[in-house]
Design a binder for this molecule. Structure first.
Ligand code: MN
Length: 307
């Protein structure tokens, strides 16, 4: 697809600093960088939570009870620690450092996420990928990726999370053109990373510090790079880690409410009624006796999608 086929895309590169905001999930505080007022999607990436790095005290850890999703893929990138995923399809999967869990919610799924050992370390990023119209009602699915392509270049270890980059292709199956890269440097390093100018991109420091396109960054600040770049200059300080996300502009932003990615308020209302009514759409999660997470009241939903 050429840039001319994406009418929503700004052809211009931008440099916007966006401050992540604190959010409470599963008993811990994390940083939510997307969505925000200023940036609702980066390609189909529509949600970005950064948890940790944290080391919990005895008996403390992250526990997210059974909750539903629709219309999205959850993409969990584990950096340190271990989480146990369970879902209503019967999957039970521990995810460890360097691994990805990809859950495709489609029409509807329920899952729980629990730190395996309370009192241990936790460092992870969880992203949501909005499904395009033709795929968003598909049957739910789950995949665990124990290994991903790793490229060493310019003193930086690149892990290819999604898409194609640096001559490699990720096995992670997505439904719109996307890229995701994790960069780690033990010693100070610099590189120029080639980018697809038809994609929009953003970067987030996961630990340490980086300078991207001349902007000095630390954890908590997302840098929106916009579209139209064929490369970006990246400098990493010693012991630093950076996440780069990109994709073909998604078009009109999807409607996000609670754990649902939809297009209309009626779809959100139906999913909420199905969850609250214990519909077969959202099955039980075997192996957990944690209570179902109650949905918040449907108030304040301002319908902006397809505006
Ligand atoms: Mn979830």
């Amino acid at each position: 697809m050429s840039p001319g086929d994406a009418p929503e895309a700004s052809p211009q590169p931008t440099l916007r600093r966006i401050e992540a905001r604190p959010s409470e999930v599963g008993g811990i505080t994390l940083r939510r960088a997307v969505p925000g007022r200023a940036l609702r999607t980066v390609g189909a990436w529509c949600f970005l939570d950064h948890a940790g790095p944290a080391r919990f005290g005895p008996g403390e850890g992250m526990h997210v009870g059974p909750h539903p999703h629709i219309g999205l893929q959850t993409f969990t990138w584990m950096i340190e620690g271990e989480l146990l995923h369970r879902d209503s399809l019967g999957n039970e999967q521990v995810i460890r450092a360097g691994q990805v869990n990809l859950m495709t919610a489609g029409h509807g799924i329920v899952h729980s996420e629990d730190q395996v050992s309370d009192g241990g370390p936790l460092h992870a990023a969880q992203m949501w990928i909005a499904l395009p119209d033709a795929e968003r009602d598909r049957a739910p699915a789950f995949q665990h990726h124990a290994e991903l392509p790793v490229i060493e270049r310019d003193g930086i270890t690149f892990t290819l999370l999604v898409g194609e980059a640096l001559g490699q292709r990720s096995p992670v199956a997505v439904f719109t053109p996307l890229v995701g890269l994790d960069l780690v440097a033990r010693r100070a390093a610099r590189t120029t990373l080639p980018l697809d100018p038809a994609f929009e991109h953003a970067v987030l420091v996961l630990r340490g510090a980086a300078t991207v396109a001349g902007e000095a960054l630390q954890p908590g600040t997302l840098l929106d790079l916009g579209c139209g770049r064929d490369g970006v200059a990246i400098e990493l300080a010693a012991d630093s880690q950076l996440l780069l996300l990109g994709g073909e502009p998604f078009g009109a932003p999807p409607l996000l409410w609670w754990n649902f990615v939809a297009r209309t308020q009626a779809e959100v209302e139906q999913a909420l009624a199905d969850w609250n009514g214990a519909s077969a759409r959202f099955g039980a999660v075997p192996g957990t006796d944690a209570p179902r997470t109650p949905a918040p009241p449907l108030t304040g939903l301002r319908l902006k999608a397809r505006a």
